[in-house]
Write a protein that binds this ligand. Structure first.
Ligand code: NAD
Ligand code: TYD
Length: 377
């Protein structure tokens, strides 16, 4: 079968990647969608069971650092688009093992760029290299508030959206990079390489920086799935520091929808920030999670509040992330579709209904790693 386009999605077996692969495979039967993934601890093909037999889908187990392999695949499949999500993504792991983050996020991205450059050989017409990055590259924002007004306070973005905020400054696309963790430093470096390939060779690249995602299929080392699982099993909830850090949360399907719009309509060489205008203190989210899990399991609401366990803070823990996604809203018409309350309800229900998925990923080697990571906390 002749396909209209042929697209490699890297990291398609991971959390966000699986939602992007699903969206593209279902929405564009005329596109060939190749999921290129090494299947690290975070890659799980069970995330894609519902689409694995579709005729326009192909999975290839490959390391993004494998230049020769990626080049051959690109030539074989006549690839004209790359949506690059594969990365090491967990800050705590990056503190323990920065080398792996540099290898995958920096060298892996460079290797993908080199392979695309070799495959496309200067013929950029109809080509696109789209790199998915994080808001963490901008560093941390302060918690400030107008005199006499206590946070969270209502503020207005340049797009006109009103929302609650814990500070007066936001991450905009023109902000300088100030990464603090080895994870965000490696992502920042990969973003620079992508832009350098546009500026030096003319490769049609796009970079987007998104805030914290939540939703189904997230590996349970990240706050939301980890805590849902722990509440269900009445295990302690390790809250770093005082739980005062603020994150901006976006439902993962809204991120996937933004990626679709930007891949097709985004302007080459541009950067777009993607966020939910949805700031929450960790401790407040944790209380929502406890109340929601308890209610859905028929326990008295709040019965599990005593699971909250304050532990040593994460080293270099960024205080506040807050994305201003006005540019994307203004130029490409995207905005988040889900209210947080609805997204969290759907997410908690999904994890409670998919205990087998959770058991599968929390067993074996991962469990051993998990135990060593939290020893002494
Ligand atoms: P994830 O850890 O759930 O998945 C990463 C995927 O990449 C896995 O399937 C893994 O097997 C694969 N992978 C890792 N190393 C690889 C390699 N060397 N070769 C091929 N495949 C490899 O990550 P995620 O949370 O889905 O994040 C995806 C991307 O989105 C990352 O680039 C991350 O920086 C970015 N991002 C994530 C968030 C978030 O909240 N999760 C927010 C903004 C941006
Ligand atoms: P995480 O999901 O790891 O995402 P990120 O570090 O990329 O923002 O963490 C979200 C927030 O929750 C962050 O401020 C750290 C905090 N956190 C805890 O307090 N305890 C935990 O066990 C985890 C995993 C995170």
């Amino acid at each position: 079968m002749e396909f209209k386009r042929s697209i490699i999605i890297t990291g398609g077996a991971g959390f966000i990647g699986s939602h992007v692969v699903r969206l593209f495979v279902n929405k564009y039967p005329e596109y060939r969608i190749i999921n290129l993934d090494k299947l690290t601890y975070a890659g799980n093909l069970a995330n894609l069971k519902d689409i694995e037999d579709k005729p326009n889908y192909r999975f290839v187990k490959m390391d993004i650092c494998d230049f020769e392999g990626v080049l051959k695949l690109m030539q074989e499949e006549k690839v004209d688009g790359i949506i690059h999500l594969a990365a090491e993504s967990h800050v705590d792991r990056s503190i323990k093992d920065p080398f792996t983050f540099a290898q995958t996020n920096v060298m892996g991205t460079l290797s993908m760029l080199q392979a695309a450059k070799a495959a496309w050989d200067g013929n950029w017409e109809g080509k696109r290299f789209y790199h998915i990055s994080t808001d963490e590259v901008y560093g941390a924002l302060e918690m400030t508030h107008p005199e006499g007004i206590e946070p969270p306070f209502i503020t207005k973005a340049s797009s006109g959206t009103h929302h609650l905020a814990y500070g007066e400054k936001f991450f905009t696309e023109d902000l300088k990079y100030q990464p603090h963790s080895p994870y965000s430093a490696a992502k920042a470096s990969s973003d620079h390489f992508v832009r350098a390939f546009h500026d030096t060779f003319g490769m049609p690249t796009i970079v987007t920086n998104c805030s914290n995602n939540y939703g189904p299929y997230q590996f349970p080392e990240k706050l939301i799935p980890l805590f849902i699982n722990n509440i269900r099993h009445r295990k302690p909830l390790p809250v770093y520091g005082k739980g005062e850090n603020v994150r901006d949360w976006l439902f993962v399907e809204d991120h996937a929808r933004a990626i679709d719009i930007i891949f097709h309509n985004g302007k080459v060489a541009e950067t777009y920030n993607i966020g939910g205008f949805n700031e929450w203190k960790n401790i407040d989210i944790i209380k929502v999670l406890i109340n929601t899990v308890d209610r859905l399991l028929g326990r008295p609401e709040g019965a599990d509040m005593d699971l909250i366990t304050y532990v040593t803070d994460r080293a270099g823990h960024d205080l506040r992330y807050a994305i201003d996604s006005s540019k994307l809203q203004r130029e490409l018409g995207w905005e988040p579709s889900l209210q947080f309350e609805e997204g969290i309800e759907r997410t908690v229900r999904w994890y409670l209904d998919n205990q087998a998925w959770l058991d599968n990923v929390t067993s074996g080697d991962y469990q051993k790693y998990y135990e060593s990571m939290y020893k002494g906390r």
